[in-house]
Design a binder for this molecule. Structure first.
Ligand SMILES: [Fe+2]
Ligand SMILES: [Fe+2]
Length: 161
């Protein structure tokens, strides 16, 4: 059985993952309105992954005899000055989520909830990947900004995700 504290924290993380999906879907709308279909495609896939994260936690809560109570989600930001600004935001958002997962892990440690610690290890590894991914795209945008056709090529690449 999950402790009440941990159940509440897991519910909070479910909300954060759904918020992430919402933010990335909002970034997709920004890219679509700029005609950057590849960038938009990447963000739509990412939004789906975030929903997958929320569902992983959702199922886990019930597996452990807890209950999920969905929380209100905030309206996401919807305009960015440039693709670089959007991906900088995505990168910073992933850092925020990593921090949140680490705090959740620390709580599970305090509560000596080994099953939750083990479950969260998947998320810790996933965050390493997600931070690296967004960091890589930020670097690519910076490198390609000044080259002719740079953004066109990157849009094509991101369309293949
Ligand atoms: Fe996530
Ligand atoms: Fe993420």
């Amino acid at each position: 059985m999950l402790s009440e504290k941990l159940e509440k924290a897991l519910n909070e993380q479910i909300k954060k993952e759904i918020n992430s999906a919402y933010l990335y879907l909002s970034m997709a709308t920004y890219f679509d309105s700029e005609g950057l279909k590849g960038f938009a495609n990447w963000m739509k896939k990412q939004a789906n992954e975030e929903l997958g994260h929320a569902m992983k936690l959702y199922d886990y809560v019930y597996e452990r005899g807890g209950e999920v109570e969905l929380q209100a989600i905030e309206k996401p930001k919807c305009k960015w000055d440039s693709p670089l600004a959007a991906f900088e935001d995505a990168k910073n958002h992933e850092k925020f989520i990593t921090d949140s997962i680490h705090k959740l892990f620390e709580l599970a440690m305090e509560e000596k909830d080994y099953a939750t610690m083990s479950m969260l290890e998947w998320f810790i590894d996933e965050q390493v990947e997600e931070e690296a991914q967004t960091e890589e795209i930020v670097s690519k945008i910076k490198a390609l900004l000044s080259t002719p056709n740079g953004m066109y090529l990157l849009d094509k690449e991101l369309g293949q995700r």
